[in-house]
Design a protein around this ligand. Structure first.
Ligand code: EPZ
Length: 415
């Protein structure tokens, strides 16, 4: 099992570049199933992207990586996602809408739970039924069929689910007629998927209140697209600068995409300067606690930023309170941070973090992707050498994190 060995207390200084967004690239890879061919620039090199490429190739496409460009050529393949590939990546469910749009049938196994808790797909199923999909569940597998063609519908999501919104967009793009998605997710990754689909010939527009309108078209052509920067990786890099009292310029980001998080860095005592595609962070004294953070759908504070920010509050002056409103289990990294000397009490959706003057090294284990990132952030500020096990969780969503941090003064060895 791969691990990071982190020598703590190194101040980070210099420039970092953020790679393309995992959570934009994944639904766009699913959408590429509907295109003749596509060229995806700024596509990150991540194990989750590798898993999505395996699914595309299983479905008859060919994929080729040239630097940070991924070239996908459409092909006729099956309409089944095998269990092993579904287990490899929970968000494979986003292929369902694309497979249904292409083949009007699909079979796959339920994505099952993950480290963050159960990953239900009831909102996906309810919405796709309105587009004309029939579902049969057979022992953990889902058999989906469409009588005739997919047809447009008016859909109101009870919760602005990112994945459900993406699945509806994919299926409705080639459905007959007009589809409206009310209470759709508004994450930047949704807009990026719409931009990709429109560049391939889809007709998707978003109203000021976030309602998405889709006019189905007969077929999609080819597309060339540049994936938006990964906002959670950008936030993670800023956290690394903040916790080491460093001086970092984080480039190739869109500061608009994390407007709910930037004020938190300032509340904690960091100096920030935002440009069009970069954020400069400096922190010259001990961080201050954050009164309260509640995670919300975009544009609220993103759930994926909770764990990285929690690492900062572990060494901040004062007590910080978190409320996680999106996933059931966002606090698994708390036990690992406590092994490094953090003082964190969790009760259901609430976590109370009493800042300590310093963390110490320990053997810690990644529990999930963003929890793993929080351990790296904490280790950068811990006395001594921290060993972080199971970094397979981290490489799902962070491209060469050790290399990127070592370039600005960290000391991380990967074994
Ligand atoms: C996407 O997950 C992201 N993943 C997550 O990032 C992110 O945390 C999440 O959106 C929220 O922003 C990708 O884009 C690949 P949801 P998704 O559907 O689509 C419940 C990371 O670290 N729900 O908005 O699964 C669900 O259980 C990952 O990069 C239902 O109840 O998020 C959860 O509690 C982690 N029924 C909440 O809604 C459904 O049918 C949010 O889920 C679907 C979801």
């Amino acid at each position: 099992m791969e691990r990071y060995i982190v020598e703590g207390l190194k101040r980070l200084n210099g420039e970092m570049e953020v790679h393309g967004a995992k959570n934009a690239a994944l639904p766009i890879l699913a959408a590429s199933l509907l295109c003749d061919s596509c060229e995806l620039h700024n596509c990150p090199e991540l194990s989750d992207i590798g898993a999505a490429r395996n699914i595309l190739e299983h479905l008859g496409c060919t994929t080729k990586k040239e630097g940070d460009t991924l070239i996908i050529t459409g092909g006729e393949g099956g309409c089944t996602i095998p269990d092993q590939l579904m287990r490899e990546m929970r968000s494979s469910i986003v292929f369902l809408g694309a497979i249904l749009a292409k083949y009007r049938q699909a079979s796959l196994t339920f994505p099952g739970g993950c480290e963050l808790g159960p990953r239900p797909i009831d909102l996906h199923i309810g919405a796709l039924k309105r587009l004309g999909v029939t579902f049969q569940e057979e022992g953990g597998s889902l058999r989906c069929t469409v009588k005739g063609k997919l047809h447009g519908a008016s859909i109101s999501l009870p919760f602005p689910s990112v994945g459900a919104t993406e699945n509806i967009m994919l299926a409705a793009s080639l459905a007959q007629g007009h589809t409206v998605i009310r209470n759709a997710a508004r994450e930047p990754e949704i807009a990026d998927l719409a931009a990709f689909l429109n560049s391939a010939g889809a007709k998707i527009s978003t109203a000021a209140d976030g309602t998405i309108h889709i006019d189905g078209v007969k077929k999609l052509g080819s597309a060339v697209h540049t994936v938006i920067p990964d906002r959670i990786v950008g936030i993670t890099y800023l956290c690394c600068g903040a916790i080491t009292q460093g001086d970092l310029l984080v480039r190739k980001v869109n500061p608009e995409h994390f407007s709910a998080v930037l004020p938190i860095f300032e509340e904690m005592g960091c100096q920030l300067r935002c440009g069009v595609d970069a954020v400069h962070i400096r922190s010259s004294q001990r961080l201050r606690a954050v009164k309260s953070i509640a995670t919300m759908p975009y544009p609220g504070f993103p759930t994926d930023a909770l764990a990285p920010i929690m690492a900062l509050t572990a060494v901040a002056e004062g007590t910080s309170v978190f409320t996680e409103n999106i996933f059931q289990n966002r606090y698994k990294q708390a036990w690992e941070l406590e092994r490094m000397g953090a003082d964190i009490k969790t009760e259901g959706r609430v976590a109370i973090v009493r800042g300590v003057p310093a963390l110490h090294s320990a053997q810690v284990y990644c529990t999930d992707l963003r929890g793993g990132a929080s351990l790296v952030i904490a280790a950068l500020a811990a006395q001594g050498q921290t060993v972080i096990h199971n970094v397979k969780h981290i490489v799902r969503g962070y491209q060469d994190l050790d290399y990127a941090l070592n370039r600005v003064g960290a000391s991380i060895a990967r074994e």
